[in-house]
Ligand binder design. Sequence first.
Ligand SMILES: [Zn+2]
Length: 452
Amino acid sequence: MNAAHRRTPETRRLTPLFLVLTFLAAPAAAAEPDWPEIERSAVALLQQYIRIESIDPPANTAEAASFMKRILDDAGVASRLYPSGPNGQTNLVARLPGRDRSKKPLLLLNHLDVVPVDRKAWKFDPFAAVIQNGEIWGRGTMDMKGIGIEQVMALVTLKKSGITPARDIVMLCTADEENEGTYGIRWMIEKHFEEINAEYVLDEGGFGTRSILAPDKLVFGIEVGEKQTLWLRVRARGTAAHGSQPIPDNANVTLLNALEKALALPPATPHPVIAEMVRMIGEPLAANKYTAAIQTNTISLTTLTSGVGSPVKANVIPSTAEATLDCRLLPGVNAAEFISGIKARINDPRVAVEVINQPEDPGPSGSRTPLFEAIRRAVLKTHPEAVVTPMLVPHGTDSNKLRVKGAIAYGFTPMVLDLSTAGSMHSDQEHIPIAEFQKGIRIFYDLLAGEF
Ligand SMILES: [Zn+2]
């Protein structure tokens, strides 16, 4: 008898046991989410959510918050609304209790408000949530109603599947993120911090891409830190005069000269997170405006204001001229020294530099955490070929306000985006690919169902 014959009776004997084991595992299998149904309803919910015009200003998020609350109510996830401001600003907090209640929660953070639109510039109505060629268009699809729906769908799917997460999961949907978080994250931290006090935070920020971070390589950047936002006003003073007779003390010319010097930034010291990104990816970052911005300090000249009269007169030399500079500093850069450097370069007593917005710099969150590993596992389950790396983002998010409070915060958009999609936030082209939006729900679900 050969080996195969000898094994046959054994196999027969083992089969019933195998069936029993399968049967014992069956309750878990029975609770496997109905993904096609979840993905279909998620798209419908995202469309409804986009149609709620939660524009900031005025930042009335009452309807958007109630909409999210209904989704949670339907699944039996406890939640509460927090009206916070005079224009209907409303926040929402939901909580799904976990197994180990001695640990501080994981906070899922998303904002309910969106930036205003220039309706004429849109090819579709920005609040119609039109679907075309597998993409859903509308204000907030990228920033960040798409992620908000992914988070809430993952949470309610967890609840409906009967899975108790490793620790409490709290979801916070904020108002006013597009206005410095005044009646949103700042208000919640000031008035109800105990409700949102978390060890870990997942917010918008990083993303998956096959092009933005490295050419032809799938990289999921997990945002561990953001640049500091410093806004400055540069004001030049001069002598008012008749435009027919040029003078050296022309405020406009003084301002132009000052700006040219202010914008000539010295090279920045490379940041360790960028060095780690390059090491993880195994090659230099792709060259584009996004990767350029995360590797150095930047200044954008955003406004120029000058002239006398309305409409401004072409024949009057004004006595003052102003500009604003949107400066973004790498984490760890001293803002006061950065401003001193600008003043030293300008070196002109007729030019004043004022601070409009002072940054807060808690520095990046560490990436050697169980949550970071859980994110890596969840991403690799859907995208086995991906490189998962810590990254910096060039813009501000609500995360820094929680890092200041001691939370470990990561920006995590579980979607693969190209530059035109990722760059569509705040633009008249805002859209996301539906397939990636749907995959993101599963990635969030796998993450929240696992150990962290
Ligand atoms: Zn946002």
